[in-house]
Design a protein around this ligand. Structure first.
Ligand code: 2M8
Length: 416
């Protein structure tokens, strides 16, 4: 029998389409933005060149204004909806018109720390990372609050989190042209978003396309504009890592610019603290209302270094409470929430990539035992069930697609 290590390497090799990876060949047959970033960590454990290449290929699809899409359609494939014809986006290669959590700078810093012999590759990638961050400052923090405003649930990477339910109700789905969901041909509908959620997702794609993917107009007029706690924390951390890379390259001007944005985020991130929930929560920028949901993204405050003594204590109390309710941390939704569903995608299941960020963040903040529990639980899930998309936090059963690239990568880089 093959060891889990061998299996993980075989999955990364098998999902390699020649310079980029697909998350899973059947369900997700294209290059996804934050998947590729995490996948690079896995490749770095056995093929350093291929690790850098994964990120370089993603940035080869960058638009002139710095935007990096959430999907790159290097080759067409009828097995996924919405495909390139529905998006009608991209420069050179066809892409989607929304982005995804900006984790790439953090991953590049980790690659660099492990392999500082590749300075020319870092120097070539750095301006592209900076351009993407500038795009975020301009179009996803247009109010200058120091947070990241998501224009689509898919942009957050946590597609059907209940945080999007109330803000999403304002999306008019009446005019959505008919479409066929391809995901339901691959996966059990009980593990996927609902039909009503999909109508909203598609309506937002249709709106963006109707503007010609004019991100200034989208920032002003999109019917969904939610400050995502997950992206905000990931971006704060990514800016700290990008600053470190600017220092490696002795780019003082870039370092000053990035430091200014970090200061703004440190000032502004408190807007996402919800006193009633005693937690970091997403907030609708249109109504100003906090979601009040404790999700796995709430715990990314440690990864971001966003907390302070009392807020960190409050999050650790949530962690202890949730840890007694589930077999495996960190469920994507608080199991004490009435909407918790152990198999339905981002409403309960555990995701290895989120655990990686929470676990590393906790350890770096000095909460070593909590961080180690997150790592050990991730290890336990994969050892028990294999390299699935996500896992039921109560008993560890697999959910979603199998032979999943980012799960294999996190095993190799961190969880084993
Ligand atoms: C899921 O999202 C895609 C849309 O982007 C989908 O469900 O069709 C999410 O889990 C997202 O975070 C992930 O990047 C993507 C590919 O693994 O799948």
């Amino acid at each position: 029998m093959r060891s889990r290590d061998e299996e993980a390497r075989a999955i990364l090799r098998g999902n390699d389409r020649g310079g980029y990876s697909v998350p899973n060949g059947r369900v997700y047959p294209f290059q996804w933005n934050w998947d590729s970033a995490f996948v690079a960590l896995g490749f770095a454990t056995f093929d350093g060149n291929r690790a850098w290449q994964e990120i370089e290929t993603l940035f080869a699809a960058q638009w002139a204004d710095g935007f990096v899409p959430h999907i790159v359609f290097w080759q067409d494939d009828a097995g996924y909806f919405p495909g390139p014809d529905r998006w009608q986006a991209g420069e050179g290669v066809r892409t989607s018109g929304i982005t995804q959590p900006p984790v790439a700078a953090s991953i590049v810093r980790t690659l660099w720390d492990g392999d500082p012999g590749v300075r020319p590759r870092l120097a070539a990638l750095f301006p592209k990372l900076l351009a993407w961050h500038r795009w975020f400052w301009r179009y996803r923090d247009f109010e200058g609050r120091g947070v990241v405003v998501a224009m689509h649930p898919w942009e957050t990477g946590r597609d059907n989190s209940p945080e999007w339910d109330v803000p999403g109700a304002a999306i008019d789905t009446a005019g959505v042209a008919p479409y066929v969901r391809r995901d339901l041909g691959h996966l059990d509908a009980a593990m996927r978003p609902t039909g009503a959620e999909y109508d909203r997702y598609v309506a937002l794609v249709d709106f963006g396309r109707s503007t010609g993917w004019d991100h200034a107009r989208i920032a002003a007029e999109n019917p969904f504009r939610v400050a995502d706690v997950g992206m905000s924390m990931i971006f704060l951390r990514a800016n700290r890592d990008l600053l470190a890379l600017a220092q490696v390259l002795s780019d003082d001007a870039a370092a000053d610019e990035i430091a200014g944005h970090i200061a703004r985020a440190e000032q502004g991130i408190g807007w996402l603290w919800d006193d009633a929930a005693r937690s970091w929560c997403s907030r609708d920028t249109i109504t100003g209302r906090s979601s009040g949901f404790v999700t796995s993204a709430s715990f990314l405050s440690f990864w971001a270094g966003a907390g302070d003594g009392p807020r960190d204590e409050a999050m650790l109390a949530h962690l202890d409470r949730i840890g007694m309710r589930v077999g495996y941390l960190m469920p994507s939704l608080d199991p004490d929430d009435p909407g918790f569903q152990m198999l339905r995608y981002w409403r309960g299941p555990v995701w290895a990539v989120v655990n990686y960020m929470i676990g590393r963040g906790l350890k770096e903040a000095g909460h070593v035992a909590a961080g180690e529990r997150i790592r050990a639980d991730t290890n336990g899930l994969i050892a028990r069930s294999g390299f699935y998309e996500a896992f039921d936090p109560t008993g560890g059963a697999p959910t979603g697609g199998d032979t999943f690239s980012w799960t294999a990568a996190i095993w190799l880089a961190w969880a084993r």
